[in-house]
Write a protein that binds this ligand. Structure first.
Ligand SMILES: Nc1ncnc2c1ncn2[C@@H]1O[C@H](COP(=O)(O)OP(=O)(O)OP(=O)(O)O)[C@@H](O)[C@H]1O
Length: 264
């Protein structure tokens, strides 16, 4: 499969001075970041630091108060319409009781290019099958989406983005509620997709997994506190600024001790 409109720039993402408010709440303030094609970026921050808000702004699902968002040199809305970006929301935001099968959900990635009838032709069905095979869900293709495990549900969304041939995957907490074996499988898959030229922005609370998965990281706390190589971002100093002065979780300690400053 090839994207219906091949992106013309190596820059997948260009966010400039983005500000988003919900009434009195300033969720994002002067956020600027970039992501090049064929890179995986980890988005790190405490609950409420603005990660989901950033994803929604990148998908054009909310209108920023200030600043701008470009995906492959296009507006967020235009990139979404062209199928350049695919979004996996947090699991709580999805209605898993909806009466659709696994392969129906994966086929939704093709809707943008199918026209109003949404009738799948042979190549479209092949794209769906290929995507299901790549995430190891071919045997479950007819199952109702709510009858999958947490990890399988995440893989369905990744399959949908593969069928769509999205060039940028926006994944909000794909490892939440996923066991270590599934996380390893998904990490390997995301790196393969990266090696094919796709970009991935992935929010995660598994800080210890960031150096293995991510080429770069952004530490968010309404503003960008740090961005760059994970080993330079996940220092004790930066993590204390993002998570508070006495981070006590194992994941925070292990991520920081993996940093070259020894977490100092
Ligand atoms: N629809 C909304 N209306 C009002 N405030 C909101 C809304 N959505 C988010 N917020 C607020 O905006 C801020 C950022 O929320 P957001 O969901 O983007 O954070 P997050 O980093 O994704 O958090 P989590 O890790 O818990 O998912 C928080 O203070 C949150 O309470």
């Amino acid at each position: 499969m090839t994207a219906s409109a091949a992106p013309s720039t190596r820059r997948a993402l260009d966010v400039r001075n983005l500000g988003v408010r919900y009434g009195e709440v300033q969720a994002l303030d002067d956020v600027s970041m970039t992501l090049d094609a064929a890179r995986i970026c980890g988005l790190i921050g405490v609950n409420g630091s603005g990660k989901s808000t950033l994803f929604k702004a990148l998908m054009g699902l909310l209108v920023p108060g200030t600043g701008s968002v470009e995906l492959f040199g296009r507006s967020a809305a235009s990139a979404r319409k062209q199928g350049l970006a695919a979004y996996m929301p947090q699991a709580e935001e999805v209605d898993w009781t909806f009466p659709v099968s696994v392969s129906d959900v994966v086929a939704m990635g093709l809707y943008g290019r199918l026209g109003p009838s949404r009738r799948l032709r042979a190549p479209d069905r092949a794209a769906v099958e290929d995507a299901l095979g790549r995430v190891g869900l071919a045997d479950l293709r007819r199952r109702q989406i709510g009858q999958l495990s947490g990890g399988q549900r995440k893989r369905v969304f990744i399959a949908r983005s593969i069928a769509q041939d999205a060039r940028l995957l926006l994944l909000d907490e794909p490892f939440a509620g996923v066991d270590q074996a599934s996380e390893r499988t998904m990490t390997a898959l995301l790196k393969t997709l990266r090696d094919e030229g796709r970009s991935v922005l992935v929010s995660t609370h598994d800080l210890a997994g960031v150096p293995e998965l991510c080429d770069e990281a952004v530490l968010l706390h309404r503003r960008v506190l740090a961005q760059g190589d994970p080993s330079l971002v996940l220092t004790h100093g930066n993590l204390a600024r993002a998570f508070g002065p006495a981070p006590s979780t194992t994941t925070v300690r292990s991520a920081a001790s993996a940093a070259p400053d020894g977490g100092s």
